[in-house]
Design a protein around this ligand. Structure first.
Ligand code: CA
Length: 230
Protein backbone atom coordinates (compact mmCIF):
# COMPACT_ATOMS: atom_id res chain seq x y z
CA UNK A 1 0.00 0.00 0.00
CA UNK A 2 1.43 3.37 -0.93
CA UNK A 3 0.68 6.65 0.70
CA UNK A 4 1.58 10.22 0.01
CA UNK A 5 1.73 11.29 3.61
CA UNK A 6 4.12 14.15 4.33
CA UNK A 7 6.54 13.58 7.20
CA UNK A 8 8.78 16.16 8.85
CA UNK A 9 11.85 14.49 10.34
CA UNK A 10 13.74 16.49 12.98
CA UNK A 11 17.05 14.75 13.56
CA UNK A 12 20.64 15.98 13.70
CA UNK A 13 22.34 12.67 12.97
CA UNK A 14 22.83 12.55 9.20
CA UNK A 15 23.08 8.76 8.94
CA UNK A 16 19.78 8.27 10.78
CA UNK A 17 18.14 10.84 8.48
CA UNK A 18 19.30 9.07 5.36
CA UNK A 19 18.38 5.67 6.82
CA UNK A 20 14.83 6.86 7.51
CA UNK A 21 14.53 8.55 4.11
CA UNK A 22 15.71 5.38 2.37
CA UNK A 23 13.05 3.33 4.17
CA UNK A 24 10.16 5.73 3.69
CA UNK A 25 10.63 7.11 0.19
CA UNK A 26 9.89 3.80 -1.63
CA UNK A 27 6.62 3.55 0.34
CA UNK A 28 5.51 6.88 -1.11
CA UNK A 29 6.12 8.94 2.03
CA UNK A 30 7.47 12.39 1.41
CA UNK A 31 10.17 13.02 4.02
CA UNK A 32 11.48 16.52 4.68
CA UNK A 33 14.36 16.64 7.17
CA UNK A 34 15.53 19.33 9.55
CA UNK A 35 18.84 19.08 11.47
CA UNK A 36 17.78 21.53 14.21
CA UNK A 37 14.69 22.21 16.30
CA UNK A 38 14.30 25.75 14.96
CA UNK A 39 14.38 24.56 11.35
CA UNK A 40 11.98 21.76 12.26
CA UNK A 41 9.43 24.16 13.74
CA UNK A 42 9.66 26.33 10.59
CA UNK A 43 8.99 23.29 8.39
CA UNK A 44 6.04 22.24 10.54
CA UNK A 45 4.51 25.74 10.19
CA UNK A 46 5.03 25.97 6.47
CA UNK A 47 4.31 22.38 5.39
CA UNK A 48 1.52 21.27 7.76
CA UNK A 49 2.80 17.65 7.75
CA UNK A 50 0.76 14.48 8.36
CA UNK A 51 3.28 13.21 10.90
CA UNK A 52 6.41 14.32 12.76
CA UNK A 53 9.41 12.13 13.59
CA UNK A 54 11.34 13.80 16.36
CA UNK A 55 14.75 13.21 17.91
CA UNK A 56 14.82 14.49 21.50
CA UNK A 57 18.53 15.35 21.63
CA UNK A 58 18.90 18.25 19.21
CA UNK A 59 21.80 20.72 19.01
CA UNK A 60 19.77 23.89 19.57
CA UNK A 61 16.84 22.88 21.75
CA UNK A 62 15.21 20.08 23.72
CA UNK A 63 12.82 17.95 21.66
CA UNK A 64 10.31 18.16 24.54
CA UNK A 65 9.97 21.89 23.90
CA UNK A 66 9.05 21.11 20.30
CA UNK A 67 6.30 18.73 21.42
CA UNK A 68 4.96 21.42 23.73
CA UNK A 69 4.92 24.06 20.98
CA UNK A 70 3.35 21.78 18.38
CA UNK A 71 0.69 20.44 20.78
CA UNK A 72 -0.39 23.95 21.74
CA UNK A 73 -1.96 24.26 18.30
CA UNK A 74 -2.03 20.91 16.50
CA UNK A 75 -2.95 17.24 16.96
CA UNK A 76 -0.54 16.04 14.25
CA UNK A 77 0.94 12.64 15.22
CA UNK A 78 4.41 12.88 16.78
CA UNK A 79 6.68 9.86 17.05
CA UNK A 80 9.78 10.34 19.16
CA UNK A 81 12.98 8.73 17.95
CA UNK A 82 15.08 8.28 21.06
CA UNK A 83 18.17 6.60 22.44
CA UNK A 84 17.70 3.44 24.44
CA UNK A 85 18.79 4.85 27.77
CA UNK A 86 16.35 7.74 27.93
CA UNK A 87 13.31 6.15 29.61
CA UNK A 88 12.49 9.26 31.63
CA UNK A 89 12.47 11.38 28.48
CA UNK A 90 10.27 8.89 26.68
CA UNK A 91 7.72 9.06 29.49
CA UNK A 92 7.92 12.86 29.56
CA UNK A 93 7.48 13.00 25.78
CA UNK A 94 4.43 10.71 25.85
CA UNK A 95 2.87 12.56 28.76
CA UNK A 96 3.46 15.82 26.92
CA UNK A 97 1.44 14.56 23.97
CA UNK A 98 3.75 12.55 21.73
CA UNK A 99 1.86 9.61 20.21
CA UNK A 100 4.58 7.01 20.39
CA UNK A 101 8.31 6.47 20.42
CA UNK A 102 10.80 4.26 18.69
CA UNK A 103 14.15 3.37 20.19
CA UNK A 104 17.45 3.60 18.32
CA UNK A 105 18.65 1.38 16.78
CA UNK A 106 15.40 0.30 15.13
CA UNK A 107 14.53 -1.80 12.12
CA UNK A 108 12.57 -1.00 9.00
CA UNK A 109 9.49 -3.07 9.93
CA UNK A 110 9.26 -1.48 13.36
CA UNK A 111 9.45 2.07 12.01
CA UNK A 112 6.86 1.37 9.31
CA UNK A 113 4.47 -0.23 11.82
CA UNK A 114 4.72 2.72 14.22
CA UNK A 115 4.07 5.22 11.45
CA UNK A 116 1.08 3.30 10.09
CA UNK A 117 -0.41 2.97 13.59
CA UNK A 118 0.00 6.68 14.34
CA UNK A 119 -1.53 7.72 11.01
CA UNK A 120 -4.43 5.28 11.38
CA UNK A 121 -5.31 6.33 14.93
CA UNK A 122 -5.32 9.94 13.79
CA UNK A 123 -7.66 9.22 10.90
CA UNK A 124 -10.22 7.51 13.07
CA UNK A 125 -13.02 9.73 14.13
CA UNK A 126 -12.24 11.26 17.54
CA UNK A 127 -14.21 9.41 20.16
CA UNK A 128 -14.76 6.52 17.79
CA UNK A 129 -14.64 3.23 19.64
CA UNK A 130 -13.92 -0.12 18.06
CA UNK A 131 -16.54 -2.72 18.94
CA UNK A 132 -14.14 -5.64 18.85
CA UNK A 133 -10.51 -6.56 19.33
CA UNK A 134 -9.40 -9.79 17.74
CA UNK A 135 -5.80 -10.95 17.58
CA UNK A 136 -4.90 -14.61 17.24
CA UNK A 137 -6.80 -16.49 20.00
CA UNK A 138 -7.91 -13.42 21.93
CA UNK A 139 -11.26 -11.75 21.31
CA UNK A 140 -12.63 -8.79 23.24
CA UNK A 141 -16.20 -7.78 22.57
CA UNK A 142 -16.48 -4.23 23.93
CA UNK A 143 -20.25 -4.01 23.57
CA UNK A 144 -20.91 -7.18 25.55
CA UNK A 145 -17.87 -6.69 27.83
CA UNK A 146 -16.78 -10.20 26.99
CA UNK A 147 -13.24 -11.58 26.78
CA UNK A 148 -12.62 -14.90 25.07
CA UNK A 149 -9.47 -16.94 24.72
CA UNK A 150 -9.60 -19.84 22.24
CA UNK A 151 -13.38 -19.63 22.37
CA UNK A 152 -13.52 -19.88 26.19
CA UNK A 153 -14.87 -16.96 28.16
CA UNK A 154 -12.26 -15.50 30.55
CA UNK A 155 -13.42 -14.06 33.83
CA UNK A 156 -11.81 -10.70 34.59
CA UNK A 157 -12.48 -8.42 37.54
CA UNK A 158 -13.94 -5.02 36.71
CA UNK A 159 -10.55 -3.31 36.99
CA UNK A 160 -8.86 -6.00 34.92
CA UNK A 161 -11.48 -5.62 32.20
CA UNK A 162 -11.08 -1.83 32.19
CA UNK A 163 -7.31 -2.20 31.84
CA UNK A 164 -7.48 -4.72 29.01
CA UNK A 165 -10.07 -2.77 27.08
CA UNK A 166 -8.13 0.50 27.49
CA UNK A 167 -4.99 -1.14 26.10
CA UNK A 168 -6.93 -2.91 23.34
CA UNK A 169 -8.64 0.32 22.25
CA UNK A 170 -5.13 1.76 21.90
CA UNK A 171 -3.56 -1.38 20.41
CA UNK A 172 -0.19 -0.75 18.82
CA UNK A 173 0.55 2.34 20.87
CA UNK A 174 2.47 2.54 24.08
CA UNK A 175 0.53 3.82 27.10
CA UNK A 176 2.52 5.21 30.01
CA UNK A 177 1.96 3.97 33.57
CA UNK A 178 0.79 7.44 34.54
CA UNK A 179 -1.76 7.77 31.76
CA UNK A 180 -3.15 4.28 32.47
CA UNK A 181 -3.41 4.95 36.21
CA UNK A 182 -5.16 8.26 35.69
CA UNK A 183 -7.64 6.75 33.19
CA UNK A 184 -8.49 3.75 35.38
CA UNK A 185 -8.22 5.11 38.92
CA UNK A 186 -8.79 8.80 38.22
CA UNK A 187 -6.53 11.85 38.02
CA UNK A 188 -5.98 12.02 41.77
CA UNK A 189 -4.88 8.41 42.12
CA UNK A 190 -1.62 7.60 43.81
CA UNK A 191 1.01 7.41 41.11
CA UNK A 192 2.47 4.28 42.62
CA UNK A 193 2.71 1.58 39.93
CA UNK A 194 2.31 -1.28 42.37
CA UNK A 195 -1.44 -1.77 42.04
CA UNK A 196 -1.15 -1.53 38.27
CA UNK A 197 1.61 -4.15 38.19
CA UNK A 198 -0.42 -6.51 40.38
CA UNK A 199 -3.44 -6.20 38.12
CA UNK A 200 -1.34 -6.64 34.99
CA UNK A 201 0.24 -9.78 36.44
CA UNK A 202 -3.24 -11.20 37.10
CA UNK A 203 -4.39 -10.30 33.59
CA UNK A 204 -1.35 -11.97 32.06
CA UNK A 205 -1.93 -15.12 34.09
CA UNK A 206 -5.42 -15.26 32.61
CA UNK A 207 -4.63 -14.28 29.01
CA UNK A 208 -1.11 -15.40 28.30
CA UNK A 209 0.00 -18.99 27.85
CA UNK A 210 3.41 -18.01 29.17
CA UNK A 211 3.21 -14.76 31.18
CA UNK A 212 7.01 -14.44 31.04
CA UNK A 213 6.85 -14.25 27.25
CA UNK A 214 3.61 -12.41 26.57
CA UNK A 215 1.96 -12.58 23.16
CA UNK A 216 -0.67 -9.91 23.67
CA UNK A 217 0.41 -7.31 26.21
CA UNK A 218 4.03 -6.19 26.13
CA UNK A 219 5.96 -4.30 28.77
CA UNK A 220 7.86 -1.22 27.65
CA UNK A 221 10.44 -1.19 30.41
CA UNK A 222 10.34 1.97 32.50
CA UNK A 223 7.58 3.44 30.32
CA UNK A 224 4.35 1.44 30.26
CA UNK A 225 2.48 -1.20 28.23
CA UNK A 226 1.64 -1.78 24.61
CA UNK A 227 -1.02 -4.17 23.40
CA UNK A 228 -0.42 -6.10 20.23
CA UNK A 229 -2.05 -4.90 17.05
CA UNK A 230 -2.58 -7.12 14.03
CA1 CA B 1 20.44 13.77 18.34
Amino acid sequence: MTTNAKIVLIEDEKNICSFIERILAPQGYQVISAPTGQKGLELIHSLDPDLILLDLGLPDMDGLAIIEQVRSRSAVPIIVVSARTMEKSKVAALDMGADDYITKPFGTAELMARIRTALRHRKEHPGFKNTRYEVEDLIIDFERRLVKMKGQEIHLTQIEYKLVSLLAQNAGRVMTYESIISKIWGPFADNDNQILRVNMANIRRKLEENPAEPKYIFTEIGVGYRMREE
